[in-house]
Ligand binder design. Structure first.
Ligand SMILES: NC(=O)c1ccc[n+]([C@@H]2O[C@H](COP(=O)([O-])OP(=O)(O)OC[C@H]3O[C@@H](n4cnc5c(N)ncnc54)[C@H](OP(=O)(O)O)[C@@H]3O)[C@@H](O)[C@H]2O)c1
Length: 342
């Protein structure tokens, strides 16, 4: 079977396409295992970090890339009770983080980083690392969920305890932020979003954004967010920028606000004044994707509200490296997907 392999820290161009033994070829799935024919995988900013080396805790070469996949069950091993041949399934980001607070070992089990990922024609999963695909979603849409959507879910609903009527600020229009917008709107929140592109902000309005700010033409975007909220500030920030945005995110927050600290799109160094966090009684939670239990709760929310993740562009299996480059260009709105087999 065909798969892609990250063998060095040389970035997307160094990723190799290889022939690998079929994981179902040698006696089929073992006890508790499920063999899946992959149909789609999605890319996350994280996958560009893995390809360049230096992804914390989960950084071993060679490694099949990408954490987020969806496909069809081909065969099941002894003792598998939750899935049957032909079922449509999506995998969790962490193979071993089921529920509760994760252990160090569970955190080392991220697909496409710590362990081989899903950019392959067939993958063998333990039963616990799979969930049924919500009925209204395609394989491509389901493949958008394991990292970006579970992260947004944990930030807003698990750590943030978001309730109807609260306000949310999403930064940029990448994979995490667009699904965060959709999840929060469906829960009855008022949602503000920033982008470097007015055209993307128009698309965000179509998705339900109540207020938008262009962070390129309005560098003090936090002040604009305060204006949009009649000076109060927002209850939640989906913070994907890191040092270049964190202080402004704090200043965009209402008293007692919450920041889900998720990403480092602006890099990993730079001065941040923490005082607004103190004087506004803010809570900041570090978010690292989430557990299987969180993913299951997310799926119930998606089904109840018929939410479909936004796919910017779909690439064929042959074009996987182009998909990386498209993500790196930053021109996307929502998710970038690779289709597999079919
Ligand atoms: N902790 C976790 O578990 C976790 C999980 C998922 C992602 N992440 C992290 O979260 C970040 C986003 O990931 P992603 O997969 O959603 O990335 P992505 O899809 O590649 O999103 C990129 C988008 O972010 C926006 N952006 C870039 N610089 C920005 C800035 N200074 N201010 C506001 N927006 C900015 C841009 O939107 P516009 O084009 O609209 O300007 C860009 O298109 C990454 O750092 C990623 O590593 C962390």
């Amino acid at each position: 079977m065909q798969a892609y392999l990250v063998t060095s820290d040389g970035g997307p161009d160094a990723i190799e396409r290889v022939e690998r033994p079929d994981p179902g070829g040698d006696g089929g799935p073992g006890p508790g295992e499920v063999l899946v024919s992959m149909r789609a995988a999605s890319l996350n900013f994280r996958d560009t970090i893995v390809a360049a080396g230096g992804y914390p805790r989960n950084d071993s070469f060679p490694c099949v890339p990408l954490s987020d996949g969806a496909g069809v069950v081909d065969a099941i091993g002894e003792g598998v009770t939750n899935f049957a041949v032909g079922d449509r399934v999506v995998n969790t980001f962490f193979r071993d983080w089921i529920a509760g607070d994760p252990t160090e070992q569970e955190m080392r089990s991220s697909y496409g980083g710590g362990i081989d990922g899903v950019l392959a024609e067939r993958v063998l999963f333990p039963e616990r690392a799979l969930l049924p695909i919500p009925e209204h979603l395609s394989f491509e849409e389901a493949a958008c969920l394991p990292c970006a959507a579970v992260t947004a879910w944990q930030a807003l609903f698990v750590k943030g305890d978001l309730t109807a009527g609260q306000s949310v600020l999403c930064l940029g229009t990448g994979g995490v932020s667009t699904i965060a917008l959709q999840l929060a709107k469906a829960a009855g929140a008022t949602v503000y979003i920033t982008s470097s592109s007015d055209e993307k902000l128009e698309r965000a309005k179509e998705l339900g954004a109540d207020g938008t700010v262009n962070y390129k033409t309005t560098p003090d975007w936090h002040k604009e967010v305060r204006k949009l909220t009649d000076g109060r500030g927002v209850d939640h920030v989906v913070e994907v920028g890191g040092p270049g945005t964190l202080e402004k995110s704090m200043r965009a927050c209402a008293l007692n606000g919450h920041i889900g600290l998720i990403g480092v799109l602006t890099g990993t160094s730079g001065a941040v004044n923490p005082l607004p966090c103190v004087f506004e009684r803010l809570s900041i939670d570090g978010i690292y994707v989430g557990s299987r239990q969180m993913f299951a709760a997310l799926n119930r929310h998606l089904s109840a509200n018929a939410i479909r993740p936004v796919i910017d562009r779909t690439f064929g299996f042959d074009e996987a490296i182009d998909a990386y480059k498209h993500l790196q260009s930053g021109s996307h709105f929502g998710k970038v997907v690779v289709t597999i087999g079919g």
